[in-house]
Design a protein around this ligand. Structure first.
Ligand SMILES: Cc1ncc(COP(=O)(O)O)c(C=O)c1O
Length: 408
């Protein structure tokens, strides 16, 4: 095969233009550092968009993947496979729920959950009970069902018509929740901590009212834990401290330790909804991805990484608050474990480029929010390095502004 240059020019030639890749080619990683093809090391505060919970090169993960790869890479769901069974049993014991379906990506987990919800609602004989709702400012994925539940126009515009029977409730607005749910509602999707939307948590009072209305109208609560799950926010599931008691839970991102894997976990209420042939996937629950998932969860437990995420997250929170006292650009910090959003007084994207120049990888979301999703393994010193770089960036920005104003 012809050798292809990995640069921005060939990127333009080869690919559809749906990504804004950073201008670096990465080749490998070490701990929480990503290394580019010229040997530059970048502190990774984004971990493959919330995937690499263990950072890079965890030997338990590498070994689990290579052992399973040498035994069986793929066989399909025509067969029973031990890694799938072990991971499913672990997810059920962690959640206290009843059944698991494995897929490959977050959006596929959402699609499966929509299908389960609609079929469940129809089983009682009410053909009108098909409405699936989500919350404003949310993100659930990019396939048609998930996209129809996703708030931002930039993800949706041009792709209409969307899935019929979907709608949105204003985030944390109890009056709107009461006005929108009804006997026709089959399910309400929530991201307990909105990721793409800028790190906003659903309020306790909203969750409490949602649960009361579930009693009244008999719908499902579906927790999208794709970004907030697997320990990132300080509990394995981000809904636990709010006691959201979901009927279905969607997991993905870190679940496969970096390999494509997602899961839908369901309560007893929906345990018998799917029947033979109803739903499926060729690759979902791939044994290598499941072996990686088992190793990933074991490592999180062995290394006490959930507690560690809370400690380092709190450290980052306090440090950014100190920065905010110095830098008026910082308006607010929201932090749940190692899911961190820093609201700034302008578009956040330019800060991504400035941090890149200082070899720190951060991410911008929701226009004016800097999002940090570092590996759960990050040390206090590494977190401090990110804070130091942010401090430098805000200081330099202020100095440039002062200079520009003086020369006017
Ligand atoms: C909360 C949430 N749901 C769903 C998705 C979609 O997951 P995927 O990109 O794996 O399809 C994402 C991805 O960012 C997400 O953050």
């Amino acid at each position: 095969m012809k050798k292809v240059a990995v640069n921005q020019e060939t990127e333009q030639e080869l690919f559809f233009h749906n990504y804004a890749r950073l201008p670096i080619a990465v080749t490998h990683g070490e701990g929480v550092w990503l290394v580019s093809d010229n040997g530059t090391r970048y502190l990774d505060m984004i971990s493959g968009i919330g995937v690499n919970a263990l950072g890079y090169g965890d030997q338990r993960l590498v070994e689990a993947i290579s052992t399973q790869t040498s035994k069986l890479i793929h066989a399909s769901n025509l067969f029973m496979m031990e890694p799938q069974f072990e991971l499913a049993a672990k997810l059920l014991s962690l959640s206290g729920l009843s059944k698991v379906f494995f897929a490959n990506s977050g959006t596929e987990a959402i699609e499966a959950a929509i299908k389960i919800a609609r079929k469940w609602a129809g089983l009682a004989g009410d053909t009108d009970k098909k409405e699936v709702l989500s919350l404003s400012n949310c993100f659930h994925g990019r396939t048609y069902g998930a996209m129809s539940l996703t708030a931002k126009p930039k993800y949706v515009d041009g792709f209409e018509p969307l899935l019929a029977g979907t709608g949105m409730i204003a985030f944390n607005d109890i009056a709107d929740l009461e006005a929108r749910v009804s006997e026709k509602t089959a399910a309400v999707f929530i991201e307990v901590v909105q990721g793409e939307g800028g790190i906003h948590r659903v309020s306790q009072s909203f969750i409490d009212r949602l649960k009361e209305l579930r009693e009244q109208y008999n719908f499902l609560i579906i927790a999208d834990e794709i970004q907030s799950g697997c320990g990132r926010t300080g509990t394995f599931f981000s809904y636990t401290p709010l006691n959201a008691d979901p009927d279905l839970v969607c997991l993905a991102k870190p679940l496969g330790g970096g390999l494509p894997l997602s899961a839908v976990i369901g309560s007893e209420k929906v345990a018998d909804v799917l029947t033979y042939g109803n739903h499926g996937t060729t690759f979902g629950g791939n044994p290598v991805a499941c072996a990686a998932g088992i190793a990933m969860i074991k490592a999180i437990e062995e290394d006490n990484l959930i507690k560690h995420a809370v400690e380092i997250g709190t450290f980052i929170h306090d440090a950014v608050q100190k920065l905010a006292a110095k830098h008026p650009q910082i308006l607010e910090i929201r932090q749940y474990g190692l899911m961190v959003g820093i609201t700034v007084d302008k578009e956040a994207k330019p800060y991504v480029g400035k941090a890149l120049q200082k070899q720190v990888l951060i991410n911008a979301t929701s226009i004016n929010v800097i999002r940090l999703l570092p590996p759960l393994t990050i040390s206090k010193e590494e977190a401090q390095h990110c804070i130091t770089v942010l401090d430098e960036i805000f200081t330099e920005e202020t100095a440039e502004q002062t200079k520009a104003e003086a020369s006017c």
